[in-house]
Structures are given as C-alpha cells and as structure tokens.
Design a protein around this ligand. Sequence first.
Ligand code: G6P
Length: 633
Amino acid sequence: MCGIVGYVGFRRAADLIVEGLRRLEYRGYDSAGLAVLDEEGGIEIRKAAGRLSRLESLVREHTPDASIGIGHTRWATHGAPTDGNAHPHVGGCGTVAAAAASGSVAIVHNGVIENFRGLKTGLEAEGYVFRSETDSEVIAHLIDSCLRRALAGGSRVTDEPADSPWVVAVREAIAQLRGTYGLLAIFAGCPDLLVAARLGSPLVVGVGDGEHFIASDASPLAGHADRIVYLADHEVAVVTSDTLRVIHRDAGRVEHSVLPLDLSAADVGMNGFSHFMLKEIHEQPETIRAAMRGRLSRDDATAVFGGLNLTPAQLQHVNRIVLTGCGTSWHAALFGEYLIEEFARLPVEVEYASELRYRNPPIDEGTLLFAITQSGETADTLAALRELKRKGHPTLAICNVVGSTIATEADGGIYLHAGPEIGVASTKAFTSQCVVLALLALYFGRLRHMSYEKGLDFIAALERLPDLVAQALESEPVIRTIAEKYRNASTFLYLGRQYNFPLALEGALKLKEISYIHAEGYPAAEMKHGPIALVDPLTPSVFLIPQGAVYDKVILNLEEIKARKGPVIAVASPGDDRVRELADDVIEVPDAPDFLQPIVEAIPLQLLAYHIAVLRGCDVDKPRNLAKSVTVE
Ligand code: G6P
C-alpha cells in the first residue's frame, strides 16, 4: 500500500529519498513526507498532502544536507490524507506541547496496527500528545517511551549497534504491536543508525559501498545498489553506512543472505513512454517470452518448473486445484480454470481470495492451492494462502515480485519474471499469469493424459505467442481512433465466450479502473438474461469474436445487439468480412489457437482502456481511490 524508503551513507539523503519515493509512488499517492537530521542531530520533517511534487517543492526550499533519512508515500487507511496524517511521525520528548521537531525518533510505517487505540490510551496517560489520526503515530511514541526506559535503566551506547538502547527500544515497542508493519526509524543524535522492522509488510535492504538503502520494494534501489537483502517477518535490521545486522525475534542475531540485484534504472523508468501503463503494455512480447524462458522442454513435451518444491509423486496425487486471487489476478485464475480443466482434466475451482479466507469449503488432501498475485502482498490473497496452509494443504504462488510475502510464505511457486509493474492497472502481469497458467495446464496434462504429440503442439503454439502479441500492438492507431469515437460513453459491455469470457471481465475492469466509465463483462450468451436491457445507441458493446469454436454462436449474440441498435466494437480475426459488415468498428488481431487467443486479445482491450482514459484526461498510472497492492482487508 504505502511506499517507504530510507538511506544512510554519504550522499544527500533528501534527494535520494525523493527519487525513491517517486519510484514507489504507485503504491500510494495521497500524501508524502520525509525526515532527515539537521546539523545538530535534531529531526527535521517535511510533509505534504497530495502528490509527491508538493513534497519535492518543500524539500527544494530548504532541507539539511544530511546523509541519513527516511521517507513515505501514503495511501490513507486511518485518517484522511492531510499534512498532519502524512508520515513520518515523530515520537517524543513526546510530552505535552513538545514541538514536533524536538522528538527523539521519527518513523515511517506501512501496514495496520490493530491495537493502536489501546496503546494510544496508555501513551496519553504517560503524557504523550498525538498530532495525527493515524494508527502509525503510536509506534513513534511507543519507541520513544521504550527508549526513555532503556536509557534510564542504564542501557548505554555499545560498540555493537544491535545492542544499543535505540535498537532495544524498537524491539520492545514492536513486541507490543498487533497487526502488520514495515517500519523504519531514525533517531535524534544518531546520524549513522537506521533501524527497520518487518511483520507482514515487505522490506528490502540495498547494499552499496559505504551506504545502505531500505525500501518497501526493490525499485528505489535500481541504479544505486547492486546487492539486496530480503528481510523476513519478525526480523529487525540495524543499519549503519558500513554495517548491516539482522536480528530475529526468536533466534537473535541471524546471518542474512546478500543476493545480486539485477534491476536497472531503465527497468523502473518510463523509457520515453507517456505513462508506465503504456510502457508495460508494449513490453508484453518480451515479458511473455520471459515467463516461458527455460520452462519448455521439447524432449519431454512438457513444461519445467524449478520452484514447485513438490515431488512428481506428490503432484500425481493432486486431484483438485484451487486458484485464488483478487482483481486482475482473479481473472487470470478464471482463464486458468478453462485451460487446466481442458488439458489436464483436473477439476479446478476459482475463488475470490477475500471469500476463500472466510468460507470453509471442504478440501481433501489431494487439493493444491495456487495463490495468484502480481505484488505478492495482497492482504486477502495472503490470508487465503495462510488459511489453507494452516489446514495442511500444499500452497504455491504465481507471483511477480521476488521475495514478496506470498512468494516467501508459499511452499513453492512460479515467478512471472515480468519486471516491475508500476502502472496501477495490471497489464503485463496479467498476460504473464495467463502464460504461466497455460504452462501449468501443459505440465499437469502431460503428467496425466496428454500425448507427447499434443504436448509438442502446445509448446509450438506458446512459442508463437510473443510474435502474435507484437502484431496485436500494431493495431494501436486504429484503437486510438475508436477511443476518440466512444470516449464519452457512460456504459460499456464486454462480451466473450469460453476462453474469452474471463477476458471480457478483464477488459471491463481495465476500462473501469482507469477511465471511471461503468463497464460490465459477461459471457456473450448470458447477455440476453439481463444486460441486454442496457443496450441502446449510446452503449457500446465490445465483442471478442475471433474465428474459433464458438464463432457462429457469438455472431448470433452480436446480431441481437445490433437489432437493438447498440454500437459494436469487434475484436476479430484478420479479414473477417462477416464481422466487418455487422460491427460498427473492428480491431483485427492475429489468430492463435482458441486456448491462447485471449492473451493476444488482451492487448487491444488494454490499449482501448488506456486511450479512452487519456482522452478523458484521467491520471492513468494513478487512478483515483486505487492502489497497486492492497495490504488491508
Ligand atoms: C489491486 C489492484 C489491482 C490488482 C489487485 C490484485 O486491487 O488495483 O490492479 O489486480 O489489487 O493485486 P495482486 O498484486 O495480488 O495481483
């Protein structure tokens, strides 16, 4: 949800923090702030409601040249997006009427503190004055209170930063928190100490020479650090410019793995595109290739996965698959259901993660759960995964963000390797999820009934996909013209059958998310059981109607819409004169086998939503009320 970044080293922290927040802005963008130390070691805060550019101007006016600092970009949960509720929050000298800047500690927090009301009452009784409506502010005062006790109790600076009173205070404070946190703290008078703690909200440490970065994901590190450490739940990182110590709540000091980070500044930039979303749409030939790379075996006519962590015998015993996720990932799951049932003949159930976590469906021991998630952080998906894990079922993740909570907690899984997806509306992650699900259908198919020959045909079709997607991108000029024509419509219908039904849902969601136009996706034939009442000359229907098994049936549905004078935008096969005669507008996409066609057709639907939203003047990468990863229920 929110984005956090911290720096300790030798460069001007404020500049690096603002740059880092810019890269994290997709995680939340209703207010932002930073804290650095001034020349005397006091805490200096700058914060501003609204977009990051407001904070940038404040920082430009005057901010100390400190080489330590923390920053935050917020997506409000507790308390409105105001200057006062923006992070960082300062704890201490905390007593009545203390000026914010005279505190002992500044914190930024990502997550939700469930017991903040009780803690707040206790802290108020101690004399702490709260200046915000956030749950996060209790953490700042709690650390201050613990620090006072640690210092009063004779705990003093030691050569080992991990034993210092400041770290002791953070550990004592987090022991009292219920909920989730990714937390960074800096302390007045400590120009070379940054403390981070994680429970249920990701944090990574970027390791440089004489400097360290901490952030809620790797993007602020790109171009600055070439090594990364993923913190785990219940770990506290004690970071100075030259050292990194990791302490686990139960195990004490633990060795941490430093991994290479292969992320360039170009990976997290717009590279000449006007929006991240457009860049990510255009990346799809390559991201689809990346999702398949090293995972196709012609020798065995199957897919190969390195990280399932289940033996072939365990996989043979799988008799049912549950696919779960939220939003776009749920649509990918639905597509996966069609594929896996068709090719592997395994019963598949698709569940909204938010429902699965509270339902109590009968699940036998042959059931395998896949949690599908771009971010690996979505709270509902994580909770559903934990619930099935608790019941002893094997859980796997299909995930994009390496080292994310879901990727870490699942028993195994498959990474998308799509690179950072920054546009809030998911595009490239969706097609990569669909590709991975197709690989799974092949894999389970070949474990069960699928012949060697059919396996090879499947692989050949998959290998053609990136080129077909590249061809589909060429229809962008036509799509832009269609977007001009329909930009003022107030409702859209999206209709498709079989494999194209999940895509109809996804097309409608894309339009809704970024253009704020009401849109509904339906199985094309189901349209006559209600939605047809919406059809009139001002309500366009987007038909997914490639040549394929259900083509003739969908033509009938299209005719029904035309009979009621509804405008039709058809996504169709090249040179389809029948569709061209019936539809008002046609977007041609190259033909693929039915079971892969939606991956090709996703491109024009994403582009249509994008161009309509741009023409309506919407903020495509940061749509109102949405966040990229939703880490609250
Ligand atoms: C949010 C985003 C959606 C996304 C969904 C699931 O609602 O706005 O675009 O599809 O979360 O996210 P995940 O990271 O779990 O795929």
